[in-house]
Design a protein around this ligand. Structure first.
Ligand code: FDP
Length: 343
């Protein structure tokens, strides 16, 4: 008898998984499935470049400053262009918006216009690039609202509760794609040897016992009384509860991914640091809302401190929002402390 025993569990590639998900929806045309393929391909491409950043001399700042006033890194541009070029000609997308562009991007003249809207942060956490820390890509897909013709701003400014698919790619010690189309959250790890994303984390649920809290303590002096008290509560200083351990990468995708898998809460509160950013730093449409959709599907919750993030109606493409995300009980507790502070 052979010594070799084979693991009988199925090997599920992302293609197979998406196709199986598509079959749950008999009315599906396959268009959404193909957008996900294209995004997975973009993820492979971006991962291959980010892991070679130092070697290929594409590391470092460009001369350009993006709409957020941040220096645009070359890898940000590369990730941005990769996603645009893989999606602008397929006839699946009506309009796109990216962190790197002040205005929405309609489909170039002469190319077919589709029925979906794609919003993305091409390389989130890019201030970490030079230090070899985790970075990622966040994406949000909506159905267009406008009936025909080029996609509009209204198509892009939809609340998170209208999301059709949300996900992210994370470029860390391995590359992962995590997405939800409203039937749970599924995580795939890229096997670089074969260039395939394989299902490694089916049906992710945020663990019930929280492990970490995650926030930039460097800005504590700019926080409100409510945020300070909440933080003290997480540290076990308000009640008799055990303190949570602290982790903060400073890369939203990385901090969120850890929160999703380990349990706990990540927050970037409103603060008084910069009068131009009274709502904190993170963006509603292509950061907070898609991650809120995933948190919700994983049994968690996301809030701006007062409202469910998924219910917020965006008023502009690059709108900022405070964000509390992760374990439902911990996020609701944040709402309570903030509400008490406002009384
Ligand atoms: P970055 O500026 O490096 O792109 O979205 C912006 C973001 O990173 C998030 O990924 C991250 O959570 C946050 O900013 C970190 O901001 P602080 O340095 O202010 O903590």
């Amino acid at each position: 008898m052979s010594d070799i025993s084979f693991n009988q569990s199925k090997i599920i590639t992302i293609e197979r998984h998406i196709l199986e998900e598509q079959q749950i929806h008999p009315q599906a045309t396959g268009v959404l499935t193909n957008i996900l393929y294209d995004l997975a391909l973009a993820g492979k491409f971006i991962a291959s470049r980010t892991t070679r950043a130092g070697l290929s001399e594409i590391l470092g700042a460009t001369e350009n400053v993006n709409i957020q006033g941040e220096t645009v890194m070359k890898l940000d541009q590369l990730a941005d262009q990769t996603i645009i070029r893989l999606n602008d000609h397929t006839g699946r997308i009506a309009v796109m918006a990216s962190e790197e562009h002040a205005h929405l991007m309609t489909i170039p003249d002469g190319l077919p216009i589709g029925k979906y809207v794609l919003l993305f942060d091409p390389l989130d956490g890019s201030s970490n690039i030079d230090y070899n820390a985790t970075i990622g890509t966040i994406f949000a897909i909506y159905r267009r609202i406008s009936p025909t013709g080029p996609g509009t701003l209204e198509d892009c400014l939809q609340p998170g509760n209208k999301l059709v698919v949300a996900g992210y790619m994370i470029y860390g010690s391995s590359t992962m794609l995590v997405y939800s189309s409203g039937t749970g959250v599924h995580g795939f790890t890229l096997d670089p040897a074969i260039g395939e994303f394989l299902l490694t984390h089916p049906n992710i649920m945020i663990p019930e016992k929280p492990k970490y809290y995650s926030v930039n303590h460097g800005y504590e002096k700019y926080w409100s009384e409510g945020v300070l008290k909440y933080t003290h509560w997480l540290q076990g200083m308000e009640d008799d509860n055990d303190p949570l351990s602290l982790r903060y990468i400073g890369s939203l995708v990385g901090d969120f991914h850890r929160t999703l898998l380990s349990g706990g809460v990540f927050y970037y509160p409103a603060d008084t640091h910069d009068p131009n950013k009274p709502h904190g730093k993170l963006r509603l449409t292509y950061e907070a809302a898609p991650l809120a959709f995933i948190a919700n599907q994983a049994g968690g919750y996301a809030s701006d401190g007062k409202h469910n993030i998924l219910d917020l109606q965006p008023s502009s493409l690059h709108q900022r929002t405070p964000l509390y995300i992760g374990d439902k009980y911990l996020v609701e507790k944040a709402e309570l402390f903030i509400q008490q502070d406002n009384q």
